[in-house]
Ligand binder design. Structure first.
Ligand code: SAH
Ligand code: SF4
Ligand code: F3S
Length: 473
């Protein structure tokens, strides 16, 4: 396997992965005798694209063990939730949904319940599952995904509950089977973990240290994806701008996207997430010069106030952020910008919040992902005084959303009459399709389902605040 060296403990040794292949076939044999019609699995993913990408690897491994996939837990022999810990709300939903499995399992005693992902990587959560949800069979954290065959083998052969949440420095397992189901769109993880420790964020605690896949492994996977029909590839990492530092790959993110851009074929390259502190003019130049790179930059600002940014440990100022935006717009006048914002960080005042409102007006984002601050146990911000009530924060939140709605409405209105090249995706409405522009903006139009997965030219005919309608040229 490429990239493995004795010195470097980041990469899981080939022998360990081969061991898992052996467990895969042992489980396959056991399941084949228990379920003559092939066992069924229901996999549900919470959280970010990184988790969705992990679930593709989990499903890839389950498929090799003989599972096929169903859309509801009632029909499943194995239910797996891949969980997220980023906000309290995400965790509450998981507990609710695990509770709802109890009556199903009472009727179906052989059903296996598996919980994994970021939430499970926290000891207090795993302990609560152990204590209060005795019908859960297997719990594993983010560091154990490649050992799913072995863990499942232990559960099946010994009938024991298994809890695997041990942390390590963070590893990379290359070559795991992957089950993708996004049609012409694909996730391509280029790195894992995070070293930034933004003071509100749980991710560095549950995902371990930042580590990059080797460029040759990424390029090989990108080539395979393009050869198998992918038309829209999103490079994933918590902070893609610091790609290539650990291990030192000799290739930074700007040069990585140039190399992917050089792969033959008609496809779009996207990436997320960019951290402003590591976003360079070099990267923006590479974006501008690479024809296949989408005209979309997701550059989370979190706050428009310098005191709050410092308390958040974001390591840039409002002025530095706006300077990057100005340069990006200069190089790419048609660039679509999006961001994440946290409202009500501990100690934030209304005046400080207003700096965020003024910033979003100045930038003119296409859309925003807005969140009310959620306290995460173990993070630095969790011990900061937080005097503003949730009710008050909700008012600020609404004020921010209203301001963004106006900005978005102006932007969508300005698109009417223009023609965009889009990748065609399915739409729930009969006879309708959705096209995604290079700026990651959706346009609904009537058309033949045979267009799905292809590029088409769509003229925008009507704009509502969030939805655009168009017709095929
Ligand atoms: N690595 C990415 C973001 C990962 S989490 C980045 O740095 O931008 C996605 C978003 O969730 C963050 O950008 C932030 O806006 C939000 N978020 C993270 N922790 C949060 C918390 N404790 N409360 C509310 N929102 C949070
Ligand atoms: Fe969380 Fe900050 Fe890392 Fe993003 S960069 S995952 S917000 S710690
Ligand atoms: Fe959630 Fe983990 Fe992603 S905490 S946002 S699933 S990295």
């Amino acid at each position: 396997m490429s990239g493995y060296s004795e010195k470097n403990q980041i990469f899981i040794p080939p022998a360990e992965l081969e061991k898992q292949v052996k467990f895969t076939s042992l489980v396959h044999t056991m399941l084949a005798s228990r379920y003559p019609d092939s066992p069924k699995a229901f996999v549900h993913t919470y959280g970010c694209q990184g988790n969705v990408s992990d679930s593709e690897k989990i499903k890839g491994q389950l498929k090799k063990m003989g599972y096929s996939f169903v859309d509801s837990p009632e029909d499943a022999d194995l239910v797996l939730f891949n969980t997220c810990a980023v906000r309290e709300h995400a965790e509450d939903r998981v507990f609710g949904n695990v509770g709802a499995l109890k009556p199903i399992k009472e009727k179906k005693k052989d059903m296996l319940i598996v919980l994994c992902g970021c939430m499970m990587q926290q000891k207090h959560i795993a302990d609560r599952i152990k204590r209060s949800y005795p019908y859960v069979n297997l719990v594993f954290g983010t560091f154990a995904i490649h050992r799913l065959p072995e863990m499942l083998y232990t559960v099946l052969s010994r009938g024991k509950r298994v809890f695997e949440i041990e942390e390590n420095a963070g590893t990379i397992a290359e070559g795991l089977p992957t089950e993708r189901d996004r049609g012409a769109k694909a996730w391509l993880p280029i790195m894992y973990g995070c070293n930034n420790f933004c003071s509100y964020c749980i991710v560095p605690y549950v995902r371990g240290r930042e580590r990059s896949r080797l460029p040759e492994d990424i390029l090989a996977e990108a080539r395979e994806l393009v050869a198998s029909g992918a038309k829209d590839i999103t490079l994933l990492g918590q902070n893609v701008n610091s790609y290539g530092k650990n291990p030192d790959c000799g290739v930074n993110f700007a040069s990585l996207i140039r190399q992917i851009n050089d792969i033959e074929g008609d496809f779009v390259i996207r990436f997320m997430t960019s951290h402003p502190k590591d976003c360079t003019y070099e990267l923006l130049d590479a974006m501008a010069e690479c024809k296949k790179v989408a005209r979309h930059l997701h550059l989370p600002v979190q706050s428009g106030n310098n005191r709050v940014l410092a308390e958040m440990n974001r390591k840039y100022t409002r002025e530095q952020y706006l300077d990057l935006i100005a340069y990006a717009k200069k190089r790419m006048p048609d660039l679509s910008l999006t961001s994440d914002i946290i409202v009500g960080f501990p100690g934030e005042t209304y005046e400080e919040f207003l700096d965020t409102v003024s910033l979003i007006k100045e930038v003119g984002y296409t859309s925003l992902f807005t969140f009310i601050y959620s306290k995460r146990e173990g993070t630095k911000a969790a011990s900061m005084p937080d005097p503003v009530s949730y009710k008050e924060k909700s008012k600020w939140f609404k004020e921010l959303c209203d301001a963004q709605e106006e900005i978005a409405a102006r932007r969508t209105a300005s698109m009417v009459g223009k023609t965009y090249r889009v990748l065609v995706e399915p739409n729930d409405r009969e006879g309708w399709l959705t096209g995604r522009t290079s700026g990651n903006i959706s346009i609904d139009f009537e058309g033949d389902a045979a267009l799905i997965g292809q590029f088409a030219e769509i003229e925008v005919t009507e704009a509502k605040t969030w939805i655009l309608y168009g017709k095929k040229k």
